[in-house]
Write a protein that binds this ligand. Structure first.
Ligand code: M6P
Ligand code: ZN
Length: 190
């Protein structure tokens, strides 16, 4: 590799760990219930803001690391906690690391053959998402869930594979003893 062609100038950002904003500012991508009508077990709609993603852009090559903050607001629709759409990476073998900054959440991970792992997210948690695992985060608390994610910059997001199988194998709902993972009635193994 010719470093003269690829040498980036180092840079720094500051994260507000309570609301996920960045300094210097990055414009948020916003997702509302209307953008996720078919993501939940029961179809939903509305203009309620579910989450915001602020990305630190770099060239999308496999020698760079893309990173972003996600601010996932508290709330529920038809008993399911607010969550991200969730995706596999377009390049399936690309891994991702999540660092929890505030709030309380669950990270759902699912393989293409339907295996499921659910991990906790909170300030100071680090979750490693290996290649081949779809990932979705869920806010199970009463404050915004804020986390920082880092992944290989050419990974890309594949949302269709999740849609085609009716979501993740499990959904997170409020049970008698707090949040619990239960089978997703809409899930169909691809
Ligand atoms: C994290 C990362 C991003 C992702 C975001 C929201 O910041 O995993 O790659 O975009 O969460 O999740 P989604 O893309 O599934 O809406
Ligand atoms: Zn990802």
């Amino acid at each position: 590799m010719n470093m003269k062609d690829t040498l980036l100038v180092p840079f720094s950002f500051a994260i507000d760990t309570v609301n996920g904003t960045l300094t210097p500012e990055r414009p948020p991508v916003q997702r509302r219930l209307d953008d996720m009508k078919t993501a939940y077990a029961q179809e939903t709609s509305g203009d309620d803001l579910v989450y915001e993603v602020r990305q630190i852009d770099v060239p999308t090559t496999n020698s760079n690391l893309l990173s972003s903050t996600t601010t996932l607001y508290p709330g529920k629709t038809n008993g399911e906690y607010y969550m991200t759409k969730g995706h596999f990476h377009q390049k399936r073998d690309r891994a991702e690391v999540y660092v929890g900054l505030s709030g309380e959440g669950r990270l759902l991970m699912a393989s293409e053959s339907g295996e499921v792992v659910v991990e906790e997210m909170r300030a100071g948690s680090v979750n490693y998402v290996p290649g081949g695992w779809a990932h979705r985060s869920v806010n199970v608390g009463e404050e915004p869930l804020v986390f920082y994610a880092v992944y290989i910059a050419d990974a890309g997001q594949d949302y269709l594979a999740i849609e085609h199988q009716g979501g993740f194998p499990v959904i997170i709902v409020e049970g008698e003893n707090g949040p619990e993972a239960v089978p997703n009635p809409r899930f169909q193994q691809a």
